[in-house]
Design a protein around this ligand. Structure first.
Ligand code: SF4
Length: 346
């Protein structure tokens, strides 16, 4: 029926709105909000501006954001991604990713005389500050999050002696605290809202005085994207989530879609990964994307679906986001002296 979001229009001759087998209208429901959040946008622009201002090579510790396309595109432009700061030559420039780093990583970078730009999302930094505050007040901190995720490693690293990770339901029984009246739960920013509350309920049964974070740790972008997918999932035979396998918030969108009633749901990096079998017998396809996904990849999925008859696109809007974050202060001063506009990975 209508134009694609972003001004693209369907071609009438290609339109095949009726699935001949089912006699029903083929359509796409497109979630909004989806894709880039303010923290990812800031982190990607940070690397782009660093490239323009200082020239390649720019080192980035870990993937700047968890998206294959973004990482590949920046690599082609002279960014070298490393796992640890000891892979960065002495004195070189390294950017810390949106997921944040522990104080130990900052200390190691300083010891090796690295120039650093910290692209940690301010909403991750907020959780780091909460850890510090509750550790100072001598609380035991139960951090709900996924074991091995970079954000969790950075956050727990703020007070390793005070933080215990709670990932799976069975972890709740393993927690040991010194004083059950001084326990607080905090969380990774990109979890499933519903699953996190299940874990909190479990913890409360063991620790009735359990304190909650001063404000939500699961960020606005994560919860908004889950809300949007929840709204459309019951109407979808299939939900396609654009995002990478190592992206926590993207994987959660697949789970949320299935829990909210989608017939099927899959995560893909690119449209080419859509299996033709997923589309068999399908009338309504939901499309969304994780917070680290450039919208160009979503548009490619819409093109792919349109070529197969799904060219009626309705956007399902559950929130309008207006959040933006200033660039890291290390960059701001240099940019004032060298105001150039980089190309953007979008
Ligand atoms: S998902 Fe949330 S916490 Fe992570 S970068 Fe985006 S806004 Fe920040």
């Amino acid at each position: 029926m209508g134009p694609y979001p972003g001004g693209m229009t369907t071609s009438p001759e290609a339109t095949d709105l009726v699935d001949q087998d089912a006699g029903r209208t083929k359509r796409v429901l497109l979630a909004k909000p989806r894709g880039y959040c303010a923290g990812v946008d800031r982190a990607v622009v940070t690397v782009e501006k660093a490239l323009e201002t200082y020239g390649p090579p720019i080192y980035v510790r870990k993937e700047i954001v968890h998206n294959r396309h973004v990482v590949d595109t920046l690599s082609e432009r002279g960014v070298i991604f490393v796992d640890e700061t000891d892979e960065v030559p002495e004195g070189a420039l390294v950017v810390f990713s949106a997921h944040g780093v522990s104080p130990a990583v900052h200390a190691e970078a300083a010891r090796r005389n690295l120039r650093t730009i910290d692209a940690t999302c301010p909403l991750v930094t907020k959780v780091h500050k909460e850890v510090n505050r509750f550790a100072r007040e001598d609380y035991d901190i139960l951090l709900i999050g996924h074991e091995g995720h970079e954000e969790v490693e950075g956050t727990a690293g703020e007070a390793p002696d005070r933080v215990q990770l709670v990932d799976k339901p069975e972890d709740v029984d393993k927690v040991q605290v010194r004083d059950p009246s001084r326990v607080v739960w905090l969380s990774q920013t990109t979890l499933s809202v519903d699953e996190t509350m299940e874990r909190v309920d479990q913890l409360k049964k063991r620790f009735p005085d359990l304190q909650a974070p001063p404000s939500d740790d699961i960020c606005y972008a994560t919860s908004n994207r889950q809300q949007a997918v929840k709204a459309m999932a019951p109407e979808c035979d299939l939900v396609i989530v654009v995002g990478s396998q190592n992206s926590s918030n993207s994987k959660r969108l697949v789970e949320v879609a299935l829990q909210a009633g989608a017939g099927d749901a899959h995560l893909v990096d690119y449209a080419s990964q859509i299996d033709e079998q997923w589309l068999e017998g399908v009338t309504t396809v939901g499309v969304t994307s994780g917070a680290s996904v450039p919208d160009v990849l979503v548009m490619q999925v819409l093109d792919h679906l349109a070529e197969r008859g799904w060219n009626h696109v309705d956007e399902v809007t559950t929130a309008n986001e207006k959040v933006t974050f200033a660039l890291p202060r290390e960059l701001r001063k240099d940019l004032d002296d060298n105001p150039t506009k980089p190309r953007s990975v979008r």
